[in-house]
Design a protein around this ligand. Structure first.
Ligand code: HEC
Length: 154
C-alpha cells in the first residue's frame, strides 16, 4: 500500500476511535436559588447577555449544539466547561463568600474589558456571543457597581 493511503487510513481510524471517548453532560435543569440573578441586583438585560455569552461554560447548564457530539469538539468543550466553572460558576454565585463575589465581579469586568471573554473560539461559533461596545459597557458598569455595593455592605 502506498504510504499516503496508509496515513489517510490511520487518520480515519483514529477519528472513528476517538468518537468512543466518554463525555459528560453539564445540565443541571432549572435555574438554581444560588444563581447570580437571585443573589445580587441584576437588570434582566445583563442577565440575558451573560446567559447568552457566558453560561455555556460558567454555569451548571450548557447548551450542546449538534457538532458538540463530534470528537474532538466535545473534549474541548468539556475542558472549557470544567475550567470555566472553577473560575466562576454563575449558577452557584450565591454560595461564594462576599469577598469572593467581589473579586469575581471585578475579574468579570476585566475579562470583558480586555476582550478575553467569551473565549475567541466560542465567539467564532456563536455569533450571539459577540458583545457590542454598548453591551460590554452595560455589563462592566453593572459588575463594578455591584462589587462596590457589596464592598460597602461587608
Ligand atoms: C467557551 C467557554 C467560555 C465562555 C463562553 C466564557 N468563558 Fe470565561 N473562562 C473559560 C475558561 C476555560 C476559563 C479559565 C481559563 C482561562 O482563563 O482562559 C475562563 C475564565 C474566566 C474568568 C477568570 C479570570 C480570567 O480572566 O481568566 C472570568 C472572570 C471569566 N471567564 C468570565 C467570563 C464571562 C464574563 C463570560 C461571558 C461574557 C465568559 N467568561 C465566557 C471559558 C469560557
Amino acid at each position: 500500500m502506498r504510504l499516503i493511503i496508509k496515513i489517510l487510513l490511520a487518520i480515519v481510524i483514529l477519528f472513528i476511535a476517538i468518537q468512543f471517548i466518554p463525555s459528560s453532560e453539564n445540565i443541571g435543569g432549572q435555574e438554581s436559588v444560588t444563581d447570580i440573578s437571585n443573589t445580587v441586583i441584576m437588570p434582566s438585560k445583563v442577565h440575558s447577555l451573560l446567559k447568552n455569552a457566558c453560561y455555556d461554560c460558567h454555569s451548571n447548564n450548557t447548551y450542546y449544539p449538534w457538532y458538540s457530539k463530534i470528537q474532538p469538539v466535545r473534549l474541548m468543550m468539556d475542558t472549557h466547561v470544567k475550567e470555566g466553572k472553577t473560575e466562576i460558576n454563575f449558577s452557584e454565585f450565591g454560595s461564594y463568600s462576599t469577598r469572593s463575589q467581589i473579586s469575581k465581579l471585578k475579574g468579570l469586568a476585566n475579562s470583558i474589558k480586555d476582550n478575553i471573554m467569551p473565549l475567541s473560539s466560542y465567539r467564532l461559533m456563536h455569533k450571539g456571543a459577540n458583545l457590542s461596545d454598548e453591551e460590554k459597557n452595560l455589563i462592566i458598569n453593572w459588575a463594578l457597581q455591584t462589587s462596590d455595593r457589596l464592598s460597602t455592605k461587608k
